[in-house]
Design a protein around this ligand. Structure first.
Ligand SMILES: [Zn+2]
Length: 77
């Protein structure tokens, strides 16, 4: 069983806030090969549609010991 939880987040290009991606993936590779790239999602904070690209995405990894690391989308692959 994996002891790392990975969550994908998107940064709104309008208000700059991070919010969870509407679609979650187990790892960065499956995310960036998915169809979500280049799509637009609705920001829950300001209501704008913002694009999903490597530049404004990151992965949040929560490890078993409680440490949290961030992997920026543009560095993920
Ligand atoms: Zn926003």
């Amino acid at each position: 069983m994996a002891n790392v939880q990975t969550k994908c987040e998107i940064r709104c290009l309008y208000c700059g806030k991070w919010f969870p991606s509407p679609i979650q993936f187990g790892d960065a590779e499956s995310f960036f090969s998915s169809e979500l790239i280049g799509n637009r999602v609705n920001c829950p904070f300001c209501g704008h549609m913002t694009g999903c690209n490597k530049e404004n995405m990151r992965f949040v990894e929560r490890r078993a010991d409680g440490r949290i690391t961030y992997v920026e989308g543009k560095d993920a692959i």
